[in-house]
Write a protein that binds this ligand. Structure first.
Ligand code: PBG
Length: 321
């Protein structure tokens, strides 16, 4: 009788037959930018992650480039918020200035910007509210388009709408094309669940809604057909990359989306996933190899790209130190 061999006995053979490979270029590193000068301040809810003022970005971005990380995802935290989130599309807004600074220092780093209003509106919702206090989907599309164009104008290579309004990928694509930004790509937060795991981020971005929640526009964690529907809509509207967020509690969704699209799929290993693992590693409860095991699970589930606050340590491990 044929007896299958176990290929696990020898490290070289294990490497030869390994089915999933992590590449340095699979990782996108999120960065938070704040107003002010000379600021590099640790975010209390996210150990080892910082708020940077624009003047402090150059040092950080050079380190990121030296690690060979290919892309960063930018979030801005403005000083002034208003009902229209006007700082989000201001030509000299916080993100727009950060993009210019990063491109000045390291023109080759791919700059991706989060397109949303929640950090810029007084009420903390991801769009413009109507007279009943509900997000006005179609009015919000006009603002999102303006935000995306202002980011592209500052030099962003790719915009990542995270608001979950219907029709925003189409609206943004059209606005970018009309203004001549035909090469600016769109990574759509296509499948974004209303999740507890964004808690540490909302603390970092001061973007928790002041009333109500985001369940009216973010997805119900129980739904997977809806995820495929959202992914298909974004694909048809012209998205270049589809994203599933969060990652860990939704790896089945990553797989399903991957199997149902020809587009590259990204997953966002969000702040809550980061903080729980980081705390466990810092407390000596888990070894730091748990981080590699975690990001590997995302790749194995079908993610081509992984957005993670662990990007630097992962890449250091991949580079062998
Ligand atoms: C903005 C946005 C959020 C995240 C990314 N973009 C917060 C939210 O939807 O509440 C979360 C990222 C993270 O938790 O790391 N809408």
């Amino acid at each position: 009788m044929y007896r299958p061999r176990r290929l696990r006995l020898n490290e070289q053979i294990r490497e030869l037959v390994r089915e999933t490979q992590l590449r340095v270029k699979d990782f996108i590193y999120p960065l938070f930018v704040v107003e002010g000068a000379s600021i590099k301040r640790e975010i209390p809810s996210m150990p080892d992650q910082y708020h940077y003022s624009v003047d402090m970005l150059s040092e950080e971005i050079k380190k990121i480039e030296a690690l060979n990380i290919g892309a960063v995802l930018l979030f801005g935290i403005p000083e002034k918020k208003d009902t229209r989130g006007s700082e989000s599309y201001a030509q000299d807004g916080i993100v727009q200035r950060a993009v210019r600074e990063i491109k000045r220092v390291c023109p080759k780093i791919l700059v991706v910007t989060d397109v949303c209003m929640c950090a810029y509106t007084e009420h903390g919702h991801c769009g413009i509210l109507d007279e009943y206090g509900q997000v006005d989907n179609d009015k919000t599309l006009l603002y999102l388009s303006e935000i995306a164009v202002s980011h592209a104008n500052a030099g962003a290579d790719m915009v990542a709408p995270s608001d979950m309004m219907d029709g925003r990928v189409h609206a943004i694509r059209q606005a970018l094309d009309e203004d001549g930004f035909i090469n600016t790509a769109i990574m759509a937060y296509s499948v974004k669940y209303a999740s507890c795991f964004y808690g540490p981020f909302r603390n970092a971005a001061k973007s928790a809604p002041s009333m109500g929640d985001r369940k009216g526009y973010q997805m119900d964690g129980a739904n997977i057909n809806e995820a495929l529907k959202e992914a298909r809509l974004d694909e048809n509207e012209g998205a270049d990359i589809l994203m599933v967020k969060p990652a860990l509690p939704y790896l089945d969704v990553v797989r399903k989306v991957k199997d149902n699209t020809l587009l590259p799929v990204a997953t966002y290993n969000v702040s809550g996933e980061y903080s729980m693992l980081k705390h466990a590693v810092n407390a000596g409860i888990l070894p730091k190899e748990a981080i590699m095991e975690t990001v590997l699970s995302m790749k194995r589930a079908g993610a081509d790209l992984i957005i993670t606050y662990f990007a630097k340590e992962v890449v250091k491990a991949l580079n062998g130190n």
